[in-house]
Design a binder for this molecule. Sequence first.
Ligand code: ADP
Ligand code: MG
Length: 140
Amino acid sequence: MIQQTLSIIKPDAVQRDVCGEILKRIEAGGLKIKALKMLELSKKQAQGFYAVHQDKPFFDSLTDFMSSGPIVVSVLEGEDAVRVYRDIMGATNPAEASPGTIRKEFGLDIEKNSVHGSDSSENASTEIAYFFHALEMVDR
Ligand code: ADP
Ligand code: MG
């Protein structure tokens, strides 16, 4: 099934100038970029995005990190895009991610793991709407 998913290149990766390398892997993986922009989240906006994790012990540190610098958000589309992008990203903990995945190659630790990808089609819709207006997405 053709799906959309939300990608975020996190502050640790933007700061190290590896956005191009990460987008290259996304495109090489067969995912089409439908929308793309760079922005910086406030602490409150990061808390809103990660609200499902508000009771986790890492929530405060995670939202500090996600609001610590620019991020690059994009909407990706393709067959099984949610699973395909999670496969390209690799496991949450870079130490456990498979060779060749983004998190294995660029992730610094379990928090600063370079990328976010939606975990279901339903959550992708909510996450895409958090960042993008319909007019910011192209037909291609
Ligand atoms: P994923 O991003 O793989 O879907 P989760 O949804 O479980 O992982 O967690 C969201 C984000 O929170 C992770 O990408 C990572 O940045 C951070 N995180 C997850 N687990 C931990 C942890 N144990 N310690 C610190 N940060 C964490
Ligand atoms: Mg998740």
